[in-house]
Ligand binder design. Structure first.
Ligand SMILES: NC(=O)c1ccc[n+]([C@@H]2O[C@H](COP(=O)([O-])OP(=O)(O)OC[C@H]3O[C@@H](n4cnc5c(N)ncnc54)[C@H](OP(=O)(O)O)[C@@H]3O)[C@@H](O)[C@H]2O)c1
Length: 279
C-alpha cells in the first residue's frame, strides 16, 4: 500500500483508507475493517453523526488492540461546534472509540457557530493531546480562506470533500488551493456513494478495458485515478472483507499517462463554476 505525507503532519498515511458511513453493527463490518487494516488501509474515517455514534462504536471494536497502527479521524457536527461544544463532542467520541486521542478531528461542514470558536477548541484539544491535528470537511474556497485568516498557515491539515469520477469539481480550485498550502485532500464517496458507472455504459467499458490491462477491477482503476496527485487520499466504505480487499489492492496498480488521459476523456471535468473567486 502506498503511503504519503498527510498534509503538514509528519505522518505517512495509506493513500487508500476506509469510510464508515452506514456501516452496520456486527461481525461482518468488523471483519471488513480488520481485513482492510491487514492490507494497509489503516486510515479510518468516522463521525459522531454516523449512526448517531454507533459507527464510532463499531470502529472501537475493530481497532481494539491495534490502535497504534491506525490513523483515526472523526468529525464534530456543525451544531455542536461551539467553543465548549466541540470539546464535549470530542470527549464523547473518544469514549465511544475507546481511545485517548484522535489523529485528526474535522468540522463536518460549516454551520452557524463562528469558525474562530471551533478552531480555538481544536487548538485546545491539540494542546491537551486529545487530537493530534485538525481539519475541515466540505469547505469550498471562501471557507478555506476564512480558515487561513483565522488559523494562519500550517495548522489546517486536511479538507475532506466529495470526489469521484463523475464529480470532479474540486479539481478546479479546491485541490490547487490545498496543494499550494500542503493541505491533504481526502476524497469521500469515491464510488459515488454506491452509484458507480455500470459495466454496460460507455464509461464503464473504458474502465473495464483499463482494468483488464492491469489484471485489476474497475473500482481499483477508479480509486487509483482519484489518488493520482500527491495531495490526495480516498476513503471508500466496504461492508465485506472481499470488498475491503479489492479496494486495498487498488494501491498496487500504476496507471499510465495514456490511461489517465482516457479516463479524463470518458469522465470530463466540466467547466468551473462561474462564481469561482480568484484566490
Ligand atoms: N465528510 C463528509 O461529509 C462525508 C460524506 C460522505 C461520506 N463520507 C465518508 O466517506 C466514506 C465513503 O463514502 P460513501 O460511504 O458515501 O460511499 P462510497 O465509498 O463511494 O461507496 C460505498 C458503496 O460502494 C460499495 N463498495 C465498496 N467497495 C466495493 C467493492 N469493492 N465492490 C463493489 N461495491 C463496493 C459499498 O458496498 P458495501 O457496503 O456492500 O461493501 C457501498 O454501497 C463514508 O463511509 C464516510 O466515512 C464523508
Amino acid at each position: 500500500m502506498e503511503r504519503r505525507r498527510f498534509g503538514s503532519t509528519k505522518r505517512e498515511i495509506a493513500v487508500i483508507g476506509q469510510g464508515t458511513w452506514y456501516i452496520e453493527k456486527g461481525a461482518a463490518a468488523i471483519a471488513a475493517l480488520r481485513r482492510g487494516f491487514d492490507l494497509g488501509m489503516t486510515h479510518i474515517d468516522t463521525a459522531e453523526m454516523y449512526g448517531s455514534g454507533a459507527a464510532e462504536e463499531v470502529v472501537a471494536e475493530a481497532i481494539a488492540g491495534r490502535r497504534d497502527e491506525i490513523f483515526l479521524v472523526s468529525k464534530v457536527l456543525p451544531q455542536n461546534a461551539s467553543r465548549r461544544g466541540t470539546i464535549l463532542a470530542c470527549d464523547r467520541s473518544l469514549v465511544r472509540l475507546n481511545t485517548d486521542r484522535l489523529d485528526c478531528y474535522l468540522l463536518h461542514w460549516r454551520g452557524q457557530h463562528p469558525l474562530e470558536d471551533t478552531i480555538a477548541a481544536f487548538e485546545e484539544l491539540k494542546s491537551a493531546g486529545k487530537i493530534l491535528s485538525w481539519g475541515v470537511s466540505n469547505f469550498d474556497l471562501p471557507d478555506l480562506e476564512d480558515v487561513r485568516k483565522i488559523a494562519g498557515e500550517g495548522n489546517l491539515v486536511c479538507n475532506q470533500v466529495l470526489y469521484h469520477l463523475e464529480e470532479r469539481a474540486i479539481e478546479h480550485a479546491v485541490i490547487p488551493w490545498c496543494e499550494k498550502r500542503a493541505v491533504a485532500v481526502v476524497a469521500y464517496s469515491p464510488f459515488g456513494h454506491g452509484r458507480f458507472p455500470g459495466p454496460h455504459t460507455t464509461r464503464g467499458r473504458v474502465l473495464k478495458q483499463i482494468a483488464a490491462a492491469h489484471n485489476a477491477t474497475v473500482r481499483q482503476v477508479a480509486l487509483q485515478f482519484l489518488v493520482r496527485r500527491s495531495s490526495l487520499f480516498v476513503i471508500p466504505k466496504a461492508a465485506s472483507p472481499e470488498h475491503a480487499a479489492e479496494n486495498a489492492r487498488a494501491g498496487e496498480i500504476q496507471l499510465t499517462n495514456d490511461e489517465v488521459a482516457q479516463i479524463h476523456e470518458a469522465f470530463p471535468l466540466g467547466s468551473p463554476p462561474s462564481h469561482l473567486p480568484m484566490l
